[in-house]
Design a binder for this molecule. Sequence first.
Ligand SMILES: *[C@@H]1O[C@H](CO)[C@@H](O)[C@H](O)[C@H]1NC(C)=O
Ligand SMILES: *[C@@H]1O[C@H](CO)[C@@H](O)[C@H](O)[C@H]1NC(C)=O
Ligand SMILES: *[C@@H]1O[C@H](CO)[C@@H](O)[C@H](O)[C@H]1NC(C)=O
Ligand SMILES: *[C@@H]1O[C@H](CO)[C@@H](O)[C@H](O)[C@H]1NC(C)=O
Ligand SMILES: *[C@@H]1O[C@H](CO)[C@@H](O)[C@H](O)[C@H]1NC(C)=O
Ligand SMILES: *[C@@H]1O[C@H](CO)[C@@H](O)[C@H](O)[C@H]1NC(C)=O
Ligand SMILES: *[C@@H]1O[C@H](CO)[C@@H](O)[C@H](O)[C@H]1NC(C)=O
Ligand SMILES: *[C@@H]1O[C@H](CO)[C@@H](O)[C@H](O)[C@H]1NC(C)=O
Ligand SMILES: *[C@@H]1O[C@H](CO)[C@@H](O)[C@H](O)[C@H]1NC(C)=O
Length: 537
Amino acid sequence: MRASIVCAIGVAGAAVIEKRQEDSSTVPQYFQTYPELYTGPTLTGEPAALAETNPAPFPGTTYIPPQPLETQAPIIGTPSDGGNIFQLFGQLSHYFPNPDGFGVDEYTLPKGTNITKLHMLHRHGSRCPTAKYGTVDKLLNNTDKWQASGKLSFLNEWTYKLGEQILVPVGKQELFDSGVLHQYLYGNLYPNNGSKIIARSTTQDRMIQSAEYFLAGFFGLRWPDNATLEVIIEEPNFNNSLAGYFACNNSNLPVSTGGTNATKKWASVYLADALERLQGMIDPPDAINITDVYNFQSLCAYETVALGYSSFCDLFTFEEWQGYEYSVDINFAGNNAFQSPTGRAVGIGWVEELRARLTHEYLTTARGSVNVTLDSMPSTFPLDQALNFDFSHDTNIMSILTAFGLTQFQPFMPDTTYTPHRSLIVSHMEPFAARLDIEIIEAPRPVVVNRGALGPDSSPYADAGEPTTYVHFKLNQRTIPLGVSYSECGLRRDGWCEIGAFLDATAGAWEASRYDYACNGDYESLPYGSINSGAPQ
Ligand SMILES: *[C@@H]1O[C@H](CO)[C@@H](O)[C@H](O)[C@H]1NC(C)=O
Ligand SMILES: *[C@@H]1O[C@H](CO)[C@@H](O)[C@H](O)[C@H]1NC(C)=O
Ligand SMILES: *[C@@H]1O[C@H](CO)[C@@H](O)[C@H](O)[C@H]1NC(C)=O
Ligand SMILES: *[C@@H]1O[C@H](CO)[C@@H](O)[C@H](O)[C@H]1NC(C)=O
Ligand SMILES: *[C@@H]1O[C@H](CO)[C@@H](O)[C@H](O)[C@H]1NC(C)=O
Ligand SMILES: *[C@@H]1O[C@H](CO)[C@@H](O)[C@H](O)[C@H]1NC(C)=O
Ligand SMILES: *[C@@H]1O[C@H](CO)[C@@H](O)[C@H](O)[C@H]1NC(C)=O
Ligand SMILES: *[C@@H]1O[C@H](CO)[C@@H](O)[C@H](O)[C@H]1NC(C)=O
Ligand SMILES: *[C@@H]1O[C@H](CO)[C@@H](O)[C@H](O)[C@H]1NC(C)=O
């Protein structure tokens, strides 16, 4: 068998396995990471050959060596002040910190104030497509029936090299790098009162591997000395707060596909020119349709992270890439966030888990997708860890943000026209290796609401008051201002929220999700835009 690195589990497996915890099946399923159980489907693709296939440098541009991906391409219509199509791939974007923030600036911790706990929720790294697009077989099984020309002529020689589901090389790097970053940011929160920490992921192959690469970055290759990885079963009909959709039937049915429908509608608008242009480069023109042209954009994103470069990327203008990002934004809004009837339900389990951790109570009664068996045991749901590392998926994290009731991301986005100024941008929220860092901050006195407003030398502390604990949400290295969504928190410039106010603000989240009805009720499928609460009407 040919050795392969692309989308591969890796031929160096044996060495890695030695380092994994618990090689035998004598441990309970929830501590077993090898051999893997319930991994979901995986398929290894062909190795990349970027040294051969990289078409850069492009005429008239300065040579930029791949790092490790080739992310320069001559894109028509790129604004003169910059603009990077590789950051317009929605959830398929290679990780980058949110460049715009979520509406507030970042503040340093006042002297004397400490971060005492971290609750992290991390997406897996860049991966192969979950399944092959119909477009691929349609073209490659019928190469005698069409001929491409011009910019599209690469298609005549093109072969499909991608695997399915598993991490690509840069996806592993993203998690390792994040582990390193988190060690710099929060390394002082370890040792954990002298014991190993429990980190949680799911049984899917890319989920286990993402957690392992992160832990290797955070602790080093001997991380099993410092952390035990708990893997919660990710399969239909199992409860798992890190993959809540499998416990929520309606989230997998047409009632929750408003976003998919919105994307289709929008694609027929923003890709109309591209369809005509690309059909002019293939004979017969009807060898491709709008679905195929949309898939070409997704193939650009996937080939870039798997192979280092993709010929599909510069088929499109900058504006068409903005259209692509928007197609993903409305997709998440309608399928997984406030415009979905199951938006809150899928994520509520993790919200309840965070509340349980903050209030030091085990979850002993069913709450959404949580597995009560695991959440009522100290060995699988420790309440006192300073460092809590959980790993999840893009749509699940979007639903968790919805279940929190972060109404900042609620405004409706139409599926017929582009909305340039919007709060929900998926590449800023759920790119590959996205991370939500929830910090618990302890201050000796209240920290003022309008920090810095009275000049750089003004005290960050109130003149008097008791020690105060705050909650601080950071998504992809930028603060989500809690006061914008929760009136209880007040409009603080630093976006923090006093912990009591935070618990008050989220106390109604469970009811708002209408979990049982949302997931199991028999209700009508309403078109995209009819729902705006993340729950059934
Ligand atoms: C295309 O060819 C592959 C490999 O021969 C086959 O598995 C697949 O079913 C074909 N797909 C279509 C749509 O004909
Ligand atoms: C991990 O645990 C080992 C064994 O207790 C310890 O020597 C090491 O310092 C820990 N690593 C980190 C990064 O704290
Ligand atoms: C809860 O987790 C345990 C341990 O992995 C597993 O045996 C059980 O099937 C899970 N239950 C549900 C409903 O997911
Ligand atoms: C969800 O659907 C599955 C498969 O159709 C079924 O077995 C299960 O009972 C359903 N769950 C609920 C709570 O209705
Ligand atoms: C989306 O479109 C499909 C197919 O037309 C339909 O069955 C489904 O009900 C629609 N979903 C929503 C939420 O509108
Ligand atoms: C494009 O073609 C594919 C297969 O030939 C088909 O499944 C798809 O529905 C078509 N898309 C549209 C919008 O007609
Ligand atoms: C799984 O979730 C359902 C719905 O919340 C709940 O009824 C059931 O008790 C849960 N099972 C476990 C083991 O958590
Ligand atoms: C640390 O460990 C000690 C001894 O086992 C225990 O009494 C204490 O509650 C622990 N503290 C925390 C924060 O877990
Ligand atoms: C912050 O940490 C220092 C050093 O551990 C400690 O002396 C101080 O009391 C802590 N402050 C707060 C507000 O927890």
